[in-house]
Design a protein around this ligand. Structure first.
Ligand code: NAP
Length: 279
């Protein structure tokens, strides 16, 4: 039976560490502020933003909320970002994605100062990650590294396979595993024999965006399996990209969905906000 990697407990530990640090800073008169921008009324985005604000409150991070109507122009959004870039009392800026049609996401994300880019999406921070320099790292893959480390799972020297090559998960995940001295293979929709590659993995990270795609036939006996995927089924229940019931008996450790990678993403956002002041 696989060890269950408890993202809820680990994320709480991370948030408690952040809370202790913000209390220390507050005693010295230093505050940490995150500006959160939401454009439109997408219900899923509203929930994400609400959860981020709740996490800020828990961690002692001040959050400023900008909720703009769906017909906001790109120029208006860019003006707001410029204003927040210039404000000394704002440490981090987050624009909730996706943005409504007609707004160029890349242009908006590029406008956020790399020094306030707590999502780690700005090309400067992506570049820093790839050359091993300090910068903001995309929260979900950073959370996966914390899950592994805090579960006592060694990455150095291990065969690590990442399924998916998106800019926000797969690619930064690969760079982070490489930074931890894993031997990393990235797979994608054109990978010729996915099963043959994933079967080599000591650590398998799945971010493919397809419900329960990875079953036991893709997994080596004793592998550590990290499921980044999140989907709501027709029954209203959440599931991941990994078929948990099939994989759990062969893995040595596995993340559940919900309660695995998901909670870590917000915890690492809080960590990035804190590091905007501490580093
Ligand atoms: P994405 O942008 O859709 O990327 C999916 C990747 O999977 C692509 O690189 C794609 O390859 C690859 N892929 C698709 N079908 C494949 C196949 N049959 N074989 C091998 N590779 C295949 O997704 P994402 O944004 O990375 O997200 C992945 C999952 O993680 C989603 O379920 C998403 O909801 C979830 N997610 C969760 C969190 C969290 O906080 N827990 C955060 C972000 C994302 P190509 O590049 O060749 O198309």
């Amino acid at each position: 039976m696989a060890k269950l990697i408890d993202g809820k407990a680990i994320s709480l530990a991370v948030k408690d560490e952040i809370k202790a640090k913000t209390e220390e800073l507050a005693a010295k008169g230093i505050s940490v502020t995150l500006a959160v921008i939401l454009v439109g009324e997408d219900p899923a985005s509203q929930v994400y933003v609400k959860n981020k604000k709740k996490a800020c409150e828990y961690c002692g991070i001040r959050s400023l909320s900008y909720e703009l109507p769906a017909d906001t122009t790109e120029e208006k959004l860019l003006d707001l970002i410029k204003e927040l870039n210039d404000r000394d009392d704002v440490n981090g800026i987050l624009v909730q994605l996706p943005l409504p049609d007609g707004i160029n996401e890349d242009r908006v994300l590029d406008e956020i100062s790399p020094l306030k880019d707590v999502d780690g999406f700005h090309p400067v921070n992506v570049g820093k990650l790839s050359i091993g320099k300090k910068g903001y790292v995309s929260c979900t893959p950073a959370g996966v590294i914390q899950l592994l480390k805090r579960s006592g799972i060694e990455i150095s020297g291990k065969e690590c396979v990442v399924v998916g090559r998106s800019n926000i998960v797969g690619k930064p995940m690969a760079m982070l595993l490489l930074r931890e001295n894993g031997t990393v293979t990235v797979t994608h929709s054109r990978t010729a024999d996915l099963r043959e590659v994933t079967k080599r993995a000591d650590i398998l990270v799945v971010a493919i965006g397809k419900p329960r795609f990875i079953d036991a036939s893709y997994v080596k006996d004793g592998a550590v399996v990290i499921d980044v995927g999140i989907h709501r089924g027709e029954d209203g229940k959440l599931c991941g990209d990994v078929d948990f019931d099939s994989v759990e008996p062969v893995a040595s450790a596995i993340t559940p969905v919900p309660g695995g990678v998901g909670p870590m993403t917000i915890a690492m956002l809080m960590y990035n906000c804190l590091s905007s002041v501490c580093d």
